[in-house]
Each structure stands twice: as C-alpha cells, then as structure tokens.
Design a protein. Sequence first.
Length: 136
Amino acid sequence: MRHRSPTFSQSRNPLAEETLVVGKHTVTSGTTTVRRVVGETPVQQQVSLHNERVIVERRKPVTDAVTGEILTELTIEMVETSERPAVGKSAKVREEVVVRRERTQRIETVRDTVRRDEIEVTHSDENHRAGLPPEK
C-alpha cells in the first residue's frame, strides 16, 4: 500500500498484467532397445546312405570248358565303399529389422491463470457517493 505524501499533487501507480508464454522442451519419454541374439534349435534330417561290400562266392562251374588262364597266380582287388553323412551349413538372410524414429505432431491445449492489476476507487466524502461533483 502506498501512502501519499502531502507535498505531491499526484501519484503514479503502474498496473501490470501477466501474459501466458508457452514454450516447449524435449524430454526422454522412453527407450527402445533392439538386440540381436543367436539362438540354437536342434534339427534333424534323414539321408539315404549306400554301402558296397565285396562278396566272395565259391560255386560249381556251369561247364567244364576252360575259358581263361589257369594254373597261374592271380590277384583280384575290389574296393568296398560306404557313404557317410557330410554336414555343412549355410546362412541366408531371412528378414530385415529396421529401427527408425517417426516424428508425429499433436496439438495440446495449455490451461493456466494469469493475473492482472485492477484498481478500486473508494471516496470518503459524501458528495462522491451521491454522484454529486466535489465542492470547491
């Protein structure tokens, strides 16, 4: 409250008013983490394998006729084979994962109150209250 000094004939009193000033700032609203990990899954697959073995048979000849060399030393060799599974692995890209940020816009209404200086004038003499001009 201001008190008027008798030496001044007038007093200036500023009236102020607040204005709502809305700005914006960026805050972290969450984090997304994408990790690639290697998982293992047991698999199985059937494969058909072949074996070859040498069989030696003794049997009676069909005829008595001599058709080749006889009474000489002779060695015959035959190789036996068997197949074994051969395991190999290959990798191929089955899908891609893209990680990106997407920016969207939204409108938000900000509500608050602002203050403002007002004046109230109260007269102490009876003439002002009755609406009559002050006496001179």
